[in-house]
Design a protein around this ligand. Structure first.
Ligand code: GMT
Length: 375
């Protein structure tokens, strides 16, 4: 198959999932064309089946807002036509699904029928898509997609609830490339923490939905009982506020801010526990990455997180904002080596249920169904 993958090239989970999917498809001898505005952060090699098409946006003084969607649609027409793609798989509905719809109509006029699969990732539905300024278009292009997938049962439910869908959503969970997390990693623990300290980690884009302030409050309670270090990975609009809160709570000297890191597996190998305190998460890929590194997770119980983090087995689920409960559960896991080892084993077993080997066939079966090749 010749597959076009449209994605955000950034550190967020949707870009990571889209890139890893494409790389695995290329390993299986499919031809994969990534189409976006810069080289995806996880596209760390080029092979015989991997191609990258950069969308450049024409700047013109009249434009206050760059017409990226139009440039993307034009690029999609060009790549589908000249690379003879079999299908387009777009990740994150905004603006990729509407750009693909426009390209599909243009190509239809030229006698080319290109199937479009839209994968919903979460904030494209729960935060942005359902806003009246996006809803009519997103509702329309979801219904016009040849297939629609969501990364969790929870996200599928949210989508049915907030939109007038005329089509079934296929739930295909996010996945993990386990070997990325099990290969020997240089242990950064000695550079991050002092001997005997536990390492607690948080990875996110530091947006309000992540409630990173709760991570700080949990850590401030935990480090009163457990010698520990807090490692923040990622960056975003809330980072300054978080650093300020660390100083206000007197824990700044025990915190390490590493910023954006391309390969989170390098740092996760040095963690003992992962905190994810989001208002909601359609899936929580960062939590699954932690589990692949044998790191138990304390997370909130919203959205798709209960489909990933199993309470009492891979970590614990707590109500949003309940920092007392999250601190208590964190201490429970970190204060005893045997308890920590048990949760590490549970986390790793769960990660293997979401391995790319388990999940990729679901995407391939969907592609064949959409192409009518499954007969
Ligand atoms: O908000 C983010 O974390 C970024 C966003 C994205 O588009 O990368 O993440 C969403 O997609 C990820 C991959 O499917 C999911 O694991 C995240 O849970 C989801 N974020 C939210 O729903 C808040």
């Amino acid at each position: 198959m010749k597959i076009g993958i449209v994605l955000y090239p950034t550190f967020g989970g949707s870009g990571v999932v889209a890139t890893e999917l494409g790389k695995e498809l290329a390993q299986l001898d499919h031809q994969v064309h990534f189409i976006t505005y810069s080289q995806p952060v996880r596209l760390d090699y080029f092979g015989k089946n991997i191609f990258y098409h950069e969308v450049s946006v024409l700047d013109y003084p009249l434009f206050d807002y760059l017409p990226y969607e139009i440039n993307l649609s034009s690029k999609l027409v060009d790549v589908v036509k000249h690379e003879k793609l079999d299908l387009l798989h777009v990740h994150y509905a905004i603006p990729h699904a509407s750009a693909a719809y426009m390209a599909k109509q243009i190509l239809k006029k030229e006698g080319i029928d290109i199937p479009v699969i839209t994968t919903l990732h979460g904030t494209d539905i729960t935060l942005v898509g359902k806003d009246p300024s996006f809803e009519p278009v997103i509702n329309f292009v979801m219904n016009e997609s040849d297939a629609l997938t969501a990364v969790s049962e929870s996200l599928a439910r949210d989508t049915y609830e907030h939109f007038k869908l005329e089509k079934k959503i296929d739930v295909i969970p996010n996945f993990i490339r386990i070997e990325r997390y099990t290969e020997d990693k240089k242990n950064l623990r000695a550079t991050i923490a002092q001997k005997g300290e536990r390492v607690i980690m948080h990875i996110s884009n530091f947006r309000p939905v992540k409630r990173v302030e709760d991570v700080v409050r949990v850590f401030a309670k935990v480090c009163e009982k457990i010698p520990s270090r807090m490692v923040f990975v990622g960056d975003g609009p809330e980072r300054f506020k978080i650093e300020t809160l660390c100083r206000e709570l007197g824990v700044y000297s025990k915190c390490v801010f590493l910023g954006k890191i391309r390969s989170t597996e390098e740092v996760l190998a040095s963690a003992d526990l992962f905190l994810l305190t989001s208002e909601t998460e359609s899936f929580g890929l960062a939590a699954l990455e932690a589990m692949a590194a044998k790191v138990p997770v304390i997370s909130t119980n919203q959205g798709g997180l209960p489909e990933v983090n199993i309470d009492g087995e891979t970590g614990f689920l707590c109500d949003v904002g309940d920092v007392d409960a999250m601190a208590e559960k964190t201490i429970h896991i970190l204060e005893d080596d045997e308890v920590l080892a048990r949760f590490r084993a549970g986390a790793f077993a769960q990660a293997n249920r979401f391995s790319i080997q388990e999940i990729l066939p679901q995407y391939l079966n969907l592609y064949r169904r959409v192409l009518g090749w499954d007969t």
